[in-house]
Design a protein around this ligand. Structure first.
Ligand code: GLN
Length: 277
């Protein structure tokens, strides 16, 4: 095999991926860094350094998988969220930057120093673990109804050294009888079942149960909003991520259910993304 430099490998991977990925250059960087076991500055500091045969072969295999559409996060087994590394696999949603808005909104709420906080449908544990990382005194509980997701969230809890976070298998509130929280947060499935967006990109490789819900995508959002009232302390908050066209109907629903000060927060793309009540 002919030897390849870092610069050549990056250029090659990026050009192969540009046929199938809108983020070809970033994808190529992430895959190359994973093969090299280095951080980003390394590839620009040492562009002339050569890959070993083994690194070159690994890169070729990874690029081939990415070219078939497999998400980069699944290929490298990791995704950064809230500047923390999360282990990911096929059993949950891959954490999205959009959801950092929910974390930021939660951190800005006037909660008690040792507030009890619940994350429903935690998946990788991204929301719960990011909150616990920022507020070590909060009593954070995370639940998911999928056993493999609970295991993954526990692996992330261990990896991020946040043993105080409680992680349970629960179908929304089913295992939480009698518990009360100051904040209930969730990024539930909210995409309409026949949405054409599901036929393209990374979502094809993510579980449908983490993405789609009935009632035009509102089934899980409405279920949580209805049942959360029983689990919220007086003056507590419900914070839900949703699709950017779902804000108005969700605000109406929360108002109907008696939530006060209902307000929608926009994401970095200025789309309506989270609603608070
Ligand atoms: N925002 C994600 C997407 O559009 C979906 C997340 C979710 O369903 N909770 O791919």
């Amino acid at each position: 095999m002919t030897r390849t430099t870092i610069a050549e490998a990056l250029q090659w991977a990026s050009s192969v991926l540009s046929a199938t990925s809108e983020s070809a250059h970033v994808d190529a960087e992430v895959l190359l860094l994973h093969c090299l076991g280095k951080n980003r500055s390394f590839i620009y500091a040492w562009p002339e350094r050569q890959l070993t045969d083994e690194q070159h072969k690994q890169l070729q295999q990874m690029v081939a998988r990415r070219a078939q559409g497999v998400p980069v996060a699944h290929i490298v087994g990791e995704r950064e969220f809230w500047s923390l590394p999360f282990i990911v696999n096929e059993s949950t949603l891959i954490p999205r930057p959009d959801t950092e808005i929910l974390v930021e909104t939660a951190l800005n709420l006037p909660l008690a120093e040792n507030a009890a906080v619940l994350d429903l449908g935690t998946g990788t544990g991204a929301i719960a673990l990011a909150l616990a990382h920022e507020r070590p005194q909060w009593q954070v509980c995370a639940v998911d109804n999928v056993g493999a997701a609970v295991e993954l969230a526990k692996a992330n809890r261990k990896n991020l050294a946040l043993p105080q976070v409680e992680i349970l298998k629960s179908d929304w509130f089913s295992e939480l009888a009698g518990r009360k929280f100051q904040l209930i947060a969730s990024n539930p499935p909210y995409i309409e079942e026949n949405d054409e967006h599901l036929a393209q990109g990374d979502v094809r490789f993510e579980p449908r149960s983490a993405l789609t819900a009935g009632q035009q995508g509102f089934a899980a959002l409405f279920h949580i909003a209805e049942h959360a009232r029983e689990f919220l302390l007086p003056g507590a908050y419900l914070l839900l991520e949703h699709g950017f066209t779902q804000g108005r109907r969700l605000r109406e629903k929360l108002n109907e259910l008696g939530y006060l000060q209902v307000a929608t927060v926009r994401d970095f793309g200025s789309n309506e993304r989270c609603t608070l009540g």
